[in-house]
Write a protein that binds this ligand. Structure first.
Ligand code: ARG
Ligand code: ASP
Length: 707
């Protein structure tokens, strides 16, 4: 009997240890996670999720644009991602006349799909462990700088060779703070077109008020299509291109979900810091987060005021505001969560445990005994530089006009009298389009306020003084294209050189680059030492741990699994596993832009015109909108597929709850949940709201729930 209880206990422990936490490497699933996943309910094999052979689910996952995930949902290259992931692209396609952000866009057929210049998607074709080749000849006794340089050079040559041999893009990433290295073979598709995009009243419903929070009613999805050439190969945009036929696409399950169902998210989590020492957490809490929040509050005030002034300004700032507001809020949640949950003291307790484990063995003690103290000293030493680095990024780089100063160097290097006119024209065009993208008066206000914040903290300098800032907007050639043209038309190259070199925008831009370099040079030795110490610390943590640890997120392909579940988020406050369209309609407020849902959607709700996408909710028919699950996700996981136990798509991940925003530093399954948009809501909006059933007809839809 005792043995039996012990076995049960042991069993529960292994499972408990895994609950929800972890962003696992897909090529190690079989070795590390498959047994646990099966025990929790997975019905397919690790090989179905990731295989070196073509056709596993990994071939249906992609990097969308610069920092999101997407999934292929038809054999004609149809892609689902989030509304907020396509927001910048669709903002660029929009104008006062064609405002797809406010009005949405649903192509009526393939011919109406809109090309998206600058947008690309990337598939991971192969992953290779290159740790041994990177480490060959690299020894522990090398000094840190040399080691760092050698590894960088080695990585560069391995990448170049692989790129040459494969004809693919290569990315080589370090895992566990430089203890392991993996190489990713990437195929990029540059012809991506917009297929469907709900209006803000659906895709951004709830806006910043509901961002990072539950209950949530945002239809945060967008639909795109990948095009390839006639041989199904990646190609630049061309009218002759055809829909891309993928190696794998998702089946979609609309059969319904229940609390406790196994689920998983597969995608590209950007960055986490799960193994930070307590002093690292302190830095985020006491130095970085408060500063960044304060600065962004100022900047947002001006952006939001401008957006209310005119439609033109709305289009100019919509995507920029969303980006700035997102982390402005996230850092507040993170700070609050770290405080409320005593993250620093919890980490200190773990550190004490680690040290007493190390103390038990003299070899270990020699290696790990002083590691945490060393990190403390480094964090203290770099604090001011780190803060300044963040201030430069958040304050000085917030000015869009000053950012245009970078073209000054190109203007100065145009010497060849024959090509001068053409070269100038090209540069002027770029500057002109930069000016068009901002409201100059709003930018002046932002620059004035944020440069003052910077000066108050880090001292006066001529180039960024208030006087210079005002001159930038009144007399700089970078803020006035006609002035710039007059200057460039002058026959005397010396005049041009002199004017540019004295221009306040150019001077500020130069100053910022130089300051940034200085700070980085000062920071570098500490950063390298910190990283090296973390490499050692990580070895210790892995030795100490009885279960396998997962590496921090680094925007490489990962799988996380757990279940569909709500949460008692705060004392007396229960979060359900899903929300409904009925709930969204009740939240509607036509007076408040963030909650101004289109009347057409309300009409559909009232007519109960839900097609096959309805569920029974409290005795009434309704459409599920958002879902909660205990899966470990982070920024970059937006747009990732959330799947059932059979690997079928049940939604698209897009956010986390307020109580768990600290999860990048201190994941806790009792506080953290990820939020997805239910695929039934996505299909309902496309078919009933967008009248675009032709898109649905391409998909493989499973209508029944598997038991
Ligand atoms: N918080 C989510 C993420 O980090 C969604 C953000 C989109 N919404 C917004 N208001 N910016 O990306
Ligand atoms: N919204 C995030 C993203 O864009 C996801 C998250 O932070 O949970 O990737």
């Amino acid at each position: 009997m005792r043995k039996f209880i012990l076995t049960i206990l042991l069993f529960l422990c292994t499972l408990g240890a895994f609950a929800g936490e972890g962003m696992w490497l897909p090529f190690l699933l079989q070795e590390i996670n498959e047994k646990d996943m099966k025990a929790k309910g997975l019905k397919i094999s690790a090989e179905d999720i990731y295989s070196v052979r073509d056709g596993s689910l990994k071939d249906a996952i992609l990097i969308f644009g610069g920092g999101c995930t997407g999934e292929v949902v038809s054999n004609k290259g149809l892609v689902f991602t989030n509304h907020h992931c396509g927001y910048g692209t669709v903002n660029n396609l929009s104008s006062v006349k064609n405002d797809y952000l406010t009005d949405g866009f649903f192509a009526k057929n393939q011919g109406e799909e809109i090309p998206c210049p600058g947008l690309s998607v990337r598939f991971i074709r192969k992953i290779e462990d290159v740790t041994a080749s990177i480490m060959d000849g690299i020894t522990e006794d090398m000094d840190k700088e040399t080691r760092d340089k050698k590894i960088k050079a080695r990585a560069k040559s391995i990448k170049e060779k692989a790129a040459l041999e494969s004809g693919l893009e290569i990315s080589l990433k370090s895992f566990f703070y430089g203890n392991e290295y993996y190489m990713f073979y990437i195929e990029r598709y540059n012809d991506v077109r917009l297929v469907a995009f709900p209006p803000n009243g659906i895709g951004k419903f709830g806006g910043d008020t509901d961002n990072w929070a539950w209950p949530r009613h945002t239809g945060d999805f967008g639909v795109f299509r990948i095009y390839a050439n006639k041989d199904n190969k990646a190609a630049a945009y061309s009218e002759d291109n055809v829909p891309y036929n993928p190696k794998r696409h998702f089946k979609i399950n609309i059969g319904g979900l229940q609390e406790g169902d196994f689920s998983m998210v597969y995608g590209f989590p950007g960055s986490t810091q799960q193994y930070l020492t307590s002093d690292g957490i302190n830095e985020t809490m006491n130095v970085l987060d408060p500063a960044r929040i304060k600065i962004r509050a100022k900047r947002l005030g001006y952006m939001e005021a401008a957006m209310k002034e005119s439609k033109a300004n709305f289009i100019k700032y919509a995507s920029k505001q969303a980006r700035v507001a997102n982390y402005y809020k996230k850092w507040q949640g993170e700070l609050l969560g770290l405080k409320l949950n005593d993250a620093v003291n919890k980490k200190k307790a773990k550190e004490r445990e680690f040290l007493s484990w190390a103390r038990k063995n003299p070899v270990r003690w020699a290696k790990y005994g002083d590691i945490i103290d060393k990190q403390k000293a480094l964090y203290q030493n770099k604090e001011q530089n780190e803060l300044q680095y963040n201030y430069i990024r958040e304050c000085l780089r917030a000015s869009e006009l000053v950012a245009l100063g970078r073209y000054g160097d190109s203007l100065l290097t145009v010497n060849d009298l024959y090509s001068r006119k053409d070269d100038f024209k090209r540069i002027v065009k770029r500057i002109a389009s930069g000016i068009k993208r901002m409201d100059v008066e709003t930018d002046r206000k932002i620059t004035t306020a944020l440069y003052e914040m910077y000066r108050t903290k880090f001292g006066e300098a001529n180039e960024i003084s208030d006087q210079s800032v005002q001159a930038m907007y009144s007399s700089s050639v970078f803020s006035d294209i006609s002035k710039l043209n007059t200057l460039l038309d002058s026959q005397n190259p010396l005049d041009i050189t002199k004017a540019i070199k004295e221009d306040p925008v150019y001077l500020a831009s130069k100053y910022i680059t130089t300051e940034n370099k200085k700070v980085l040079t000062d920071l570098r030795p500490d950063i390298i030492s910190l990283r090296e110490n973390y490499r050692t610390y990580m070895q210790g943590l892995r030795e100490q741990s009885k279960k396998p640890l997962y590496p921090d997120a680094n925007f490489s392909l990962r799988l996380t699994y757990g279940k569909m579940e709500g949460l008692e988020a705060q004392d007396g406050m229960q979060y359900n596993m899903y929300t409904t369209l009925g709930g969204a309609v009740r939240k509607r407020n036509t007076e408040v832009e963030e909650f101004n849902m289109p009347q057409r959607l309300v009409d559909l709700y009232e007519k109960k015109d839900f097609g096959r996408y309805a569920t029974w909710h409290k005795g009434k028919k309704d459409v599920p909108v958002c879902l909660l699950s205990s899966l470990h996700t982070t920024g970059g996981n937006s747009g990732s597929p959330i799947m059932n136990a059979y690997g079928e798509l049940i939604g698209t991940n897009f956010d986390r709850i307020w109580e768990g925003t600290m999860s990048d530093i201190n994941y806790d399954v009792n506080l953290c949940r990820n939020i997805s948009v239910d695929v039934r809501y996505v299909l309902f909006i496309i078919e009933k709201f967008g009248n675009a059933k032709w898109i649905i007809d391409e998909m493989d839809i499973v209508e029944t729930r598997h038991y």
